[in-house]
Design a protein around this ligand. Structure first.
Ligand SMILES: O=C(O)CCC(=O)C(=O)O
Ligand SMILES: [Fe+2]
Length: 305
């Protein structure tokens, strides 16, 4: 699945009409989120469902050579909890083929004002239709906290449901404009995965941060029609609730990096360096750092000619 560094990317006229307008780009800059037009056809979305079911049944195009320390990796033995599976763009060519549609990368490039967009991570997500299942609740967080070893402040995430997705299904919900907040209480614990933190802690952290910024917490649920997707900035707080519908909530969280992003050493107060799962997988740069442009794991999605 590697592509040559000189590969060019192009859009059809129909696709050009699906890019965010200048007003949309300004909206994203102000609010920290954007609800896209219809990026995937119904056939492409249906193939995401089919390919994900094959993935859950054990189909792999290749397997990770090693399991990094914080890998999310649901297996059937874990039962009817919320499923998270990282690196599906690496392990499933059927999913990758659709995720790598140039239009998606071009939308991200417009929003991030970047010439190049690469994959950073992809997580396949499944919320079983069980209203009271505690693991279905995604507490407030922003993604930059997990990416302390990245230099970029412009990374972003596409949240891609495989069907119409609304509040009943526990759709992703953004805290409007929160990417522009200055953060208080940023300590070592914020680099820990949100699954390891207390939900009440995070609700308090959100309201404290809002108060510090003289802001109010405005929660905006993303009502996403099939084929559309939401994008959020790496500092936008978001979370999601229970799946109260009678259908599974299926999605991919597609984390994207701008071309300039690279590894940086980031030290905790303990002296330990923050690591990202990539650090035990990707090739090294000439000066020995993990290379976040390794095409095996972080392929280019879009490059402006
Ligand atoms: O599954 C969700 O509702 C939230 C996913 C998420 O945290 C993300 O896309 O960054
Ligand atoms: Fe997130």
């Amino acid at each position: 699945m590697t592509i040559s560094p000189t590969q060019t990317f192009a859009l059809t006229d129909d696709e050009l009409a699906l890019l965010p307008s200048d007003d949309d780009v300004e909206h994203y800059a102000q609010h920290g989120w954007y609800l896209s037009k219809k990026i995937f056809t119904d056939d492409e979305v249906d193939e995401l469902v089919a390919a994900s079911e094959r993935y859950y049944a054990g189909e792999r195009s290749r397997s990770l050579p090693t399991r990094p320390p914080r890998l999310a990796y649901w297996e059937p033995s874990k039962g009817d909890v919320q499923r998270h599976n990282d690196y599906v763009h690496y392990e499933s060519d059927a999913l990758a083929r659709i995720l790598r549609k140039p239009l998606l990368g071009a939308v991200a490039a417009r929003l991030a004002k970047a010439d190049e967009i690469r994959v950073f991570q992809s997580t396949l997500i499944y919320k079983p239709p069980i209203a009271g299942e505690p693991s279905n609740v995604v507490p407030w967080h922003f993604d930059r906290h997990y990416w302390a070893s990245c230099t970029s402040e412009s990374m972003l995430t596409a949240f891609i449901p495989f069907h119409d997705c609304d509040e009943e299904m526990g759709t992703i919900t953004m805290v409007d404009g929160s990417h522009r907040w200055e953060e208080i209480g940023a300590d070592d614990t914020t680099t820990r995965h949100f699954a390891e933190r207390d939900n009440d802690d995070l609700e308090v952290m959100l309201s404290d941060n809002a108060a510090y910024n003289n802001a109010t917490v405005t929660k905006v649920p993303m009502i996403i029609p099939k084929g559309h997707m939401s994008f959020h900035h790496c500092r936008t707080y978001h979370g999601s609730g229970a799946n109260r519908s009678d259908r599974p909530r299926r999605a991919i969280s597609f984390h994207l990096q701008d071309g300039a992003n690279a590894f940086r050493p980031f030290q905790l107060s303990t002296g330990d360096l923050v690591a990202y799962n990539h650090d035990v997988l990707v090739r090294r740069t000439e000066d020995g750092r993990p290379d976040y442009s390794d095409p095996e794991y972080c392929p280019v999605l879009w490059r402006t000619a």
